[in-house]
Design a protein around this ligand. Structure first.
Ligand SMILES: [Zn+2]
Length: 492
C-alpha cells in the first residue's frame, strides 16, 4: 500500500488506519454536535468531515452514537495500580483515555523514571503526573512537625524543579495528610513558585473541606496569587452535615478570584461520599515523628485521651451523633470489616453503642495499621450546585483497582458515565456538549496537554464512542466492581 503524506501529515491517497463514519461529532469545544467522519492514521486524527471516498483498514460505523475526544481525568492516584493493571479497564470502560496522577501531595519521587516505566508498560491510557508536596517533604524532612530550615526548603525546591524538568505538569498538595499538614502557607508558596517557572499548575487537596472550607479555598487561591501559578482545587466539596449548603459560599470565592484575573478552576467526582484513610479522623499532631511515636502516643493513657477528645470534638463540629457515616473500604488486618461502618464494627466487638467507644474502635484499628474508608458526608444539593459551575472538571480521585479485590469507592469505575447518564441525560444539569467540554478541552487547556482534548485534524487520536441514550454507571458502594456501560467502542 502506498502512503503519501502532506506536510500536515494528511493522507493524500491510499488507506487510513481507522475510519469512524456516521457519528455525531462532539468535538470537545462545547459547540453543537455535527455529523461527520473521522480518519485516523499513525495515532493522529488526519481528517474530519464527510469522507465519502476514504477507505481504511478498520471502519467503525458510529451511526446513532456520540464521537468525542477521549476523556481526561484530572485527578488520579494510579502510581501503583497501573503497573498491575496496565489496561486500566475501570477508566477505559468509563471513556477515559488520559489520567493525571500524583495528586493530593503524593507522587512518585522520581517522575522521569516513573514516565520511563509507564512508557515501557504501554498502558491503555495516557499518563501525566504532578509532583507531590508530601512526597518531596517526606524525602527531605520525613515526618517532622515544624517549618523547614532554609537548606531543607532549598532541597525541596530542587526536587520540585527536577520533577518539573522531567515533565511533571505541576505541584500537588494534600494539606490534610501527613506530612503536608505540617507545612505553613509560605512553604507551599515557595514550592509552587518553582513549579510555576516551568508552566506548572498548583493542584490542591485543600487544608479543610468541612467547617473551614472557605478559609482553605482562600489559602489555595492566595498560594496561586503569590506564587504566580494557575490553581486547581481538587475534588471540590463541603463535607459534614453542619456545612451542607456552604458550596455557594466557597464557589463564590473561586468566581471572585477568576473575575479578579486569577486562573482558578476546580474538579469534582459526582458522589456524596468521599474516600480516604481512617487517620484523617485523628488530629495531625498524633502522627508527628513517624509510626513509633504514634504508637507510643496511643499507649500513653493521657495522650490517648487527648487524641480521643479532639476526635469527638470533630464529630460534634460536623453534627454527627456517631461514626455510622464512616464505612470501611479496606482494613488489611481483618478484611471481615470491609463494607461495615465503624458503628457496626464497634457493636461486633461487643462494645457499648456510643461515640466514645466508637472512637476507641477507631484507635484500635489505627494500631492495627489503619484502614481505607468511605465517608458518607456530602449533600446531593452541594454536589449538583458545584457541578453546575462551567469551570468544574471531572476527576475520579481513583486508582486502578484489581477487579473483585477490596471495596473501592464507586467513583473509580463510574465517574464519567454517572455525569453523562444521571446528571446530563436524566437531571439535565448541563448539556452533553458542555459535559464533554469539561471532560476534554477544559482539562487539556488547564494542564497544558497539547494536541489533546479536541477532535481536530493533527490532534492525537484519543477518541471515545458512546451511546448518550444508554450510557450509565453501575458501580455502587456495596458492589463497586462494576464497569460502566455505553462505551461501545472503547478508545484508541
Ligand atoms: Zn485528595
Amino acid at each position: 500500500m502506498l502512503f503519501l503524506f502532506l506536510a500536515s501529515g494528511q493522507l493524500l491517497f491510499g488507506q487510513y488506519d481507522i475510519l469512524i463514519i456516521n457519528g455525531k461529532i462532539y468535538d470537545g469545544t462545547g459547540n453543537s454536535w455535527y455529523y461527520g467522519d473521522i480518519a485516523v492514521s499513525g495515532g493522529r486524527i488526519q481528517r474530519i468531515g464527510k469522507l465519502t471516498n476514504a477507505s481504511a483498514k478498520d471502519t467503525i460505523n458510529a451511526k446513532g452514537l456520540a464521537v468525542a475526544p477521549g476523556f481526561i481525568d484530572v485527578h488520579g492516584h494510579i502510581e501503583t495500580g497501573i503497573f498491575s493493571q496496565p489496561t486500566a479497564d475501570n477508566y477505559i470502560y468509563d471513556g477515559v483515555t488520559t489520567v493525571i496522577t500524583g495528586n493530593c501531595g503524593g507522587s512518585e519521587s522520581d517522575i522521569g523514571d516513573f514516565f520511563r516505566r509507564v512508557d515501557s508498560l504501554k498502558p491503555s491510557i495516557n499518563v501525566a503526573s504532578l509532583v507531590g508536596h508530601n512526597t518531596v517533604r517526606n524525602a527531605v524532612m520525613q515526618r517532622e512537625n515544624r517549618a523547614p530550615r532554609p537548606e531543607e526548603l532549598q532541597a525541596m525546591e530542587k526536587l520540585v524543579d527536577q520533577a518539573m524538568k522531567a515533565g511533571a505538569v505541576g505541584l500537588s498538595t494534600g494539606l490534610i495528610y501527613i506530612p503536608g499538614a505540617y507545612a505553613k502557607t509560605e512553604e507551599v508558596v515557595a514550592l509552587a513558585r518553582v513549579a510555576g517557572y516551568d508552566n506548572g499548575v498548583y493542584a490542591s487537596h485543600i487544608r479543610n473541606e468541612e467547617s473551614q472550607a472557605a478559609e482553605a479555598v482562600t489559602e489555595a487561591i492566595n498560594i496561586g496569587i503569590e506564587a504566580g501559578i494557575p490553581v486547581q482545587i481538587s475534588h471540590f466539596k463541603v463535607s459534614g452535615k453542619a456545612n451542607w449548603g456552604n458550596s455557594r459560599q466557597t464557589l463564590d470565592l473561586v468566581k471572585a478570584a477568576r473575575s479578579n484575573g486569577y486562573d482558578v478552576t476546580i474538579d469534582q467526582y459526582p458522589y456524596t461520599a468521599s474516600s480516604t484513610n481512617l487517620g484523617v479522623r485523628l488530629p495531625d499532631w498524633a502522627f508527628a515523628g513517624g509510626n513509633d511515636s504514634f504508637m507510643a502516643r496511643l499507649k500513653d493513657p493521657g495522650t490517648r485521651a487527648r487524641i480521643k477528645k479532639e476526635m469527638l470534638q470533630q464529630l460534634a463540629d460536623y453534627k454527627y451523633k456517631n461514626y455510622s457515616y464512616a464505612v470501611v473500604a479496606n482494613y488489611s488486618a481483618d478484611t471481615g470489616y470491609n463494607g461495615k461502618s465503624i458503628t457496626e464494627i464497634n457493636a461486633l466487638k461487643g462494645r457499648k453503642k456510643n461515640r466514645n467507644e466508637e472512637a476507641e474502635t477507631i484507635l484500635d484499628m489505627m494500631a492495627g495499621g489503619g484502614a481505607q474508608m468511605i465517608y458518607h458526608g456530602m449533600d446531593e444539593g452541594d454536589v449538583k450546585y458545584i457541578m453546575g459551575y462551567p469551570f468544574c472538571m471531572v476527576g475520579a480521585d481513583a486508582g486502578v483497582p484489581v477487579p473483585g479485590k477490596g471495596m473501592p469507592h464507586p467513583r473509580a469505575y463510574g465517574s464519567n458515565a454517572r455525569v453523562l447518564g444521571k446528571y446530563v441525560r436524566e437531571e439535565k444539569v448541563m448539556s452533553l456538549e458542555e459535559a464533554i467540554r469539561r471532560m476534554t478541552s477544559l482539562a487539556a487547556r488547564k494542564f497544558h496537554l497539547r494536541n489533546r482534548g479536541l477532535l481536530q485534524e493533527g490532534f492525537a487520536a484519543d477518541i471515545v464512542i458512546f451511546d448518550p441514550v444508554t450510557v450509565s454507571d453501575h458501580s455502587v458502594y456495596v458492589q463497586p466492581h462494576q464497569f460502566s456501560s455505553g462505551f461501545t467502542w472503547g478508545s484508541w
